[in-house]
Design a protein. Structure first.
Length: 118
């Protein structure tokens, strides 16, 4: 099962730059958008470190294509969920989380700083 989770995550990482952020193509953008990023965030709690690291790459790609108009409430929730993993005992995961946070900091900078201070 972990092979399927890793492969799916890896595929998504490489798919995102090609499909981009196409919220207009969703029937109900808010619900599908929320489901998409919350499912990705769940992989940060995976039991396999390789999947967790691959998830950070997906999130980095996600934040690289995300428009600055992305709802702040989604952004704040995401940042809180990601920052928690910055103190992971695995240094490779810490570094991967750091790279994701760098990508995420380009939008909603005030919210990013606020969450970082918490």
């Amino acid at each position: 099962m972990s092979d399927l989770r890793f492969t799916s995550t890896h595929f998504l990482r490489h798919l995102l730059p090609y499909v981009g952020y196409e919220v207009d193509s969703f029937d109900n953008p808010v619900d599908k958008e929320k489901k998409f990023y919350t499912e990705i965030l769940k992989r940060l709690d995976d039991s396999q470190d390789s999947i967790r690291i691959e998830t950070t790459h997906v999130l980095t790609e996600f934040f690289n294509i995300l428009p600055e108009s992305w709802p702040d409430v989604f952004y704040e929730y995401s940042m809180k969920s990601i920052f928690i993993h910055l103190d992971d005992p695995n240094v490779d995961i810490q570094n991967a989380i750091y790279e994701t946070l760098k990508a995420a900091s380009r939008i909603h900078t005030a919210t990013f700083i606020s969450v970082a201070r918490e």
